[in-house]
Design a protein. Structure first.
Length: 481
């Protein structure tokens, strides 16, 4: 996955570098044919560009490229067929509605890299993960074997031999060189001031061939704003604003939407450590999950609803945990992010019609490998709680044949699972988020509890004899718990 991110990022970097060069030098030779030739010579794709607009005669010089499309390479790209002679390539694997770059040439002359805007509008990516772990994008970002109808010189035997020689010389020189230092902002030769860098109205689809699951990211709006970095004065110039908005949907094998998260995230970051200039390993974000987000089919909830023996023994019915839970209002919370690990810094409460879910501070999710450890508390729907509690009381009354107080015995069995007349279920889920280990955070009364105190005197006759015969918690099962 990292290779894909680097590859896609490399293409965007190549495109932006070409656009900036167009601004710095001249616009006469920067045509859509030129851009297509440069892209197809650098990476293994067939490319198309619909329009190029360049303005060099204003304070903010700019270049816009519209209708950028990348698809699997074919004979048209291999031969370098002129754009006027090409037929439509059909659906693109990667496309960009418009790439817009604006910068100040005066700033460059003053050793200030003042980019006012680098914005990709309507980027679309179709990503497919195959069963063997490969994907459909890897081949796009390799050097092409054929350019303009001839073998790519970069891949000729002579070129390969030369590369090996250069690599060996570099390795030899590296033996006597001091260890490479990590990247530091203090190594940047010019101050960097930017207005907006990012993408808007993005649409990304990830398809897992093995499971059939699809992840759709729509209305993606990602921007870095007010970028102010000066390696010589990080105490005063060390800021990047981050904005991220997206609608993220999980689509199952049945083609139905299992979950949808409407996210709005922002943060004011210090990208570098002031003292050392090294990249800051820890950043903080404010996140808002929007009303109408929903979740269903969460593996941890399925375990609670039907698989935890203690809940089954107590006769609790939690079928609504398997239904769609729609968020009833916006919920804001804070998280930290470091090396793929997202950690909750407060305890947000997510209210829905079926239940209210609270995440405990310190819970975390590692997005790079889907591992997690989350402590949560759930207050079940009030009306459904009453029905479930009444069901437990009914079973107790039947088992004791009306002897004793069912409510007292029920409270002994369920303990702190009842709060304000609602089922209260604290639990912990950990491991792989697709196949989690789920444990309850409360204890349900054991057989020794049932026989203790006033409850002991309420159980008489046949019920008492049966309890003596059946060891441990199996007594609950005997009476239908």
């Amino acid at each position: 996955m990292k290779k894909i991110i680097y590859g896609v990022g490399g293409f965007f970097g190549l495109l932006i570098a070409i656009l900036i060069l167009a601004l710095v030098f001249a616009g006469s030779f920067i045509t859509k044919e030129f851009l297509v030739t440069q892209i197809e010579s650098a990476i293994n794709v067939r490319a198309n560009v619909e329009k190029v607009n360049i303005n060099l005669f204003s304070a903010l010089s700019s270049v816009e490229v519209e209708g950028v499309q990348l698809n699997y390479r074919d004979s048209v790209a291999d031969k370098g067929t002129p754009l006027a002679e090409r037929k439509s390539m059909g659906n693109a694997v990667i496309s960009i509605g418009k790439a817009d770059v604006k910068l100040s040439l005066i700033g460059l002359l003053q050793k200030k890299f003042e980019v006012k805007k680098i914005l990709l509008s309507e980027p679309k990516v179709s990503f497919i993960m195959f069963e063997n772990g490969s994907n459909n994008l890897t081949s796009l970002f390799k050097a092409p074997a054929t350019v303009n109808g001839e073998p790519n010189p970069a891949l000729s035997p002579e070129a390969i031999a030369e590369r090996k020689k250069e690599a060996e010389e570099e390795r030899q020189a590296a033996k006597d060189a001091p260890p490479a230092e990590p990247f530091s902002a203090k190594d940047i030769p010019v101050a960097i001031g930017m207005g907006v860098v990012g993408a808007e109205k993005g649409d990304i689809q990830v398809t897992m061939k093995k499971s059939g699951q699809v992840i759709q990211i729509k209305n993606l709006d990602f921007k870095l704003t007010d970028i102010d970095i000066d390696g010589a004065d990080l105490a005063s110039h060390n800021h990047v604003g981050v904005e991220f908005r997206a609608d993220i949907s999980l689509i199952g094998k049945n083609k139905e939407e299992a979950s949808r998260f409407l996210l709005d995230t922002n943060g004011d970051l210090q990208p570098f450590v002031v003292e050392s200039g090294l990249v800051n390993p820890l950043v903080f974000y404010n996140v808002t999950m929007k009303e109408d987000s929903f979740m269903s089919g969460f593996a941890a909830f399925d375990a609670i609803a039907g698989e935890l023996p203690l809940l089954n023994q107590a006769g609790l019915k939690l079928d609504k945990l398997k239904e769609k839970a729609i968020l009833e209002k916006d919920v804001s919370f804070k998280i930290s992010y470091s090396d793929g690990k997202i950690t909750f810094l407060d305890e947000p409460l997510f209210p829905s019609k079926n239940y209210d879910l609270q995440i405990v501070k310190g819970s975390f999710l590692v997005i790079t490998n889907n591992t997690h450890e989350m402590k949560m508390g759930m207050l079940y729907d009030k009306e459904e709680s009453k029905k479930s509690i009444a069901g437990v009381d009914s079973k107790i009354a039947e088992a004791t044949k009306g002897q004793g107080d069912p409510k007292e015995l029920r409270n002994k069995i369920l303990g702190s699972l009842i709060k304000d007349d609602r089922l209260n279920i604290p639990f912990k889920t950990s491991g792989d988020i697709k196949n989690p280990t789920v444990t309850l955070g409360v204890e349900i009364g054991s057989l020794s509890d049932l026989l203790g105190g006033a409850i002991k005197g309420a159980i008489k006759g046949k019920i008492g004899e049966e309890l003596k015969k059946i060891p441990g918690g199996d007594a609950l099962k005997k009476f239908g718990f």
